[in-house]
Ligand binder design. Structure first.
Ligand SMILES: N[C@@H](CCC(=O)N[C@@H](CS)C(=O)NCC(=O)O)C(=O)O
Length: 288
């Protein structure tokens, strides 16, 4: 669990906040995951939206509560929690109804969520190439300069290696761009993971058996993003399609993944160009 220690937190005003406050971004996958769990549990929370593309997650204020500069962050009665999977696990512990981690499966769930989180940079790699155009330099020099120096740089009292990994990702995206090799590697990791999920769903309605769990929420979000990037989900992993459509029909899920028409138009336009150039996700990753 990543509940920040007092020494990790530079932005002190949140320490007196009451109730649940979520810092998030509408189309961020990890934010969507957290919001769906809040919806399923019927919890009231205060929304604090950050515009990632304007660098609002790299300000001194925000780095003061999330030294990694990532969304989401949950402030719960003055405690600061980061990492979406830790946040949803915390919500499950504190608000056990409806149950979203089967009794006795807590350790197994932690492992499965870790596996999902390990693929997060792969999701970002694919997202930045295959949703709307991101421009030659997705993060401005000013945002990156703030990012490098802002916040304590520590998580749980120790210098945070994740921040260096994030900086390396953005430096690559800003300079050489996301390469075809990186796309191929990320897509092959997903293909393997999704094959496994497809086998599970051939045998049971949900990823942990007969009941919905946080694992379904986490993978629903990934599957949604990959589909919108042009990943051939139905052709490669057909069991995931019925599972996905069933979840998408639920309002708690549907409202969190709604895409504004102008964003959808920008994605469609980018895909049309990629089709003309033979540079779709299927083409680049050889997924056909
Ligand atoms: N492991 C983290 C990953 C969080 C993450 O990477 N969030 C993305 C949005 S989905 C983000 O904040 N990206 C920063 C940016 O795009 O500037 C978690 O699960 O919370």
């Amino acid at each position: 669990m990543v509940q920040l220690l007092d020494e990790d937190i530079k932005t002190r005003d949140v320490l007196t906040w009451k109730g649940l406050h979520l810092f998030h971004f509408m189309s961020s996958s990890c934010s969507q995951k957290t919001r769906i769990v809040l919806n399923l549990k019927g919890l009231a929370w205060e929304s604090h939206q950050l515009a990632l593309r304007d660098g609002e997650n790299f300000t001194d204020w925000y780095l003061g509560i999330n030294p990694r500069g990532l969304v989401p962050t949950l402030v719960a009665d003055g405690e600061v929690h980061i990492e979406s999977n830790d946040i949803i696990t915390l919500l499950e512990e504190r608000y056990p109804e409806p149950k979203l981690i089967p009794a006795g499966a807590e350790d197994r769930m932690a492992e499965l969520l870790e596996h999902e989180d390990d693929l997060h940079l792969d999701l970002r790699t694919i997202t930045f190439r295959f949703t709307q155009r991101r421009g030659k330099q997705p993060k401005s020099d000013e945002a990156m300069a703030n990012y490098r120096t802002g916040g304590t740089g520590t998580v749980l009292g120790r210098e945070d290696p994740n921040k260096a990994r994030e900086i390396a990702f953005w430096d690559t995206a800003n300079t050489t761009g996301i390469s075809d090799d990186a796309v191929r590697l990320s897509a092959s990791r997903f293909r393997e993971a999704l094959d496994g999920l497809n086998d599970t769903l051939n045998a049971s309605p949900y990823l942990m058996g007969g009941e919905l769990s946080v694992l379904d929420v986490a993978w629903f979000i990934y599957v949604n993003r990959l589909r919108s990037c042009g990943y051939p989900m139905e052709a490669l992993h057909p069991a995931l399609t019925g599972w996905f459509d069933g979840l998408k029909a639920r309002p708690e899920f549907a409202k969190e993944i709604a895409v504004p028409p102008e964003v959808q138009a920008a994605i469609d336009d980018h895909h049309a160009e990629q089709r003309r150039e033979g540079r779709t996700l299927v083409d680049v990753a050889g997924l056909a």
